[in-house]
Design a protein around this ligand. Structure first.
Ligand code: PLP
Ligand code: COI
Length: 356
């Protein structure tokens, strides 16, 4: 059990109105969780304190070589009025896979889950309840040694902040346009693509700027070697429905093993659909489109939930998917996943963890 010291704020902030347009990740709650790591001592001094700025030396290693990792999950008010997390055990496991790749010490999974539960409990009243909203939970670890040499840090901070959030994309469930990037790459096998770490997102910004400048919301990355096979989108995994089959790129070390992805795959298999995790080339997609069998495209992610894709651009070709409307499978998956998260449908109750 983590022994967490609690210092409550004496000046609580005003919470957003019930019907406020929250956007994503713009608002912080009253408190944050913090815990230190020191070599030889391990994780120590778990505490919940008022949300505040950090004080770090300019030479703190995270600023220079990017030794950091982060996670993302959500807390919901269920239809029974209780507070739930969605599969936090999977975030705790993935956090340690990222830690391993980044030479950050392992964080016991039970510490991760206890810390998330504790901070969510303290700021439970910040969980929004309007449709499509939730409390986004952002755990992260940063390297804090004051040192300019390139080496793993010996000290770290594990922090969790919270943000009441709505849809990740401005237009909610409306299909998004996606730019298939053919110049830059985000990650390569053997690199850090499977880890959730800032460097991967830093590498993705230039593609996102290009896409935005052309009116597209996100980038679909291709593999870093041949720039031929589909990998994932900037903030979500990608699924295709091709000729009745559900197809998604297999985990190959360079894409993030999404928790929503795993949940969607499991549901589709339980529904008896044909599901394939494999390599998908951009050529195959274009051919499927030309033959009229590229039936649906959607992204999956914690922030993005299920995001239908209405338009895919590759070089000079623009593919309009399903008349730029959400498809029936995407809608069914969205309804089922959000129904599970809110406890509306009794499906996979073991995926929800109550915060007591
Ligand atoms: N891929 C990337 C690059 C992401 O940032 C995310 C978001 O977390 C995902 C995929 C989806 O992962 P998950 O479903 O665990 O949120
Ligand atoms: C998430 O969905 O939790 C993410 O981390 C996406 C994020 C990069 C906005």
């Amino acid at each position: 059990m983590l022994d967490i010291r609690i210092e409550k704020t004496t000046s609580p902030k005003e919470k957003p109105a019930k019907d406020a347009k929250l956007g994503f990740g713009k608002i912080s709650t009253d408190h944050m969780f913090v815990m230190n790591y020191t070599e030889g001592k391990g994780w120590h001094d778990a505490r919940i304190v008022p949300y505040q700025n950090l004080s770090l030396a300019p030479s703190a290693m995270v600023f220079h070589y990017g030794q950091e990792m982060f996670e993302g999950l959500k807390a919901y008010k269920g239809v029974d009025g209780k507070t739930y997390l969605f599969r936090p055990d999977m975030n705790a496991k993935r956090a340690n896979n990222s830690n391993q790749r980044l030479c950050i010490p392992q964080l016991p999974e039970e510490y991760f889950i206890e810390a998330v539960k504790a901070i969510v409990k303290i700021d439970e009243d910040w969980i929004p309840t309007a449709e499509g909203t939730s409390l986004y939970v952002r755990p992260f670890i940063i390297a804090t040694d004051e040192f300019l040499g390139v080496a793993p840090s010996k000290t770290y901070l594990f922090i969790i902040i919270l943000s009441p959030s709505g849809a990740y994309y401005a237009n909610g469930l409306e299909p998004v346009g996606i730019w298939i990037e053919d110049e830059y790459v985000r990650a390569v096998r053997g690199g850090m693509g499977f880890a959730k770490t800032g460097g991967n997102y830093a590498a993705s910004l230039i593609g996102q700027v290009k896409a935005h400048n052309d009116g597209y919301s996100q980038v679909l990355w291709l593999d870093g070697v041949e720039r031929k096979y589909i990998e994932e989108v900037g903030a979500m995994n990608i699924f295709f429905k091709i000729n009745g089959k559900v197809v998604t790129p297999m985990l190959n070390g360079s894409i993030l093993p999404g928790i929503t992805r795993a949940s969607v795959l499991q549901l589709c298999r339980e529904w008896g659909l044909d599901v394939e995790e494999r390599k998908i080339s951009v050529d195959e997609l274009i051919k499927a489109y030309e033959h009229g069998i590229l039936e649906e495209v959607f992204g999956t992610g914690t922030a993005a939930v299920i995001s239908p894709v209405g338009k895919l651009r590759y070089e000079d070709e623009v593919m309009v998917i399903g008349n730029n409307q959400i498809g029936p499978l995407s809608q069914k998956i969205y309804d089922t996943i959000t129904g599970i998260q809110l406890g509306k449908n009794g499906i996979h109750p073991e995926w929800r963890v109550e915060v007591k």
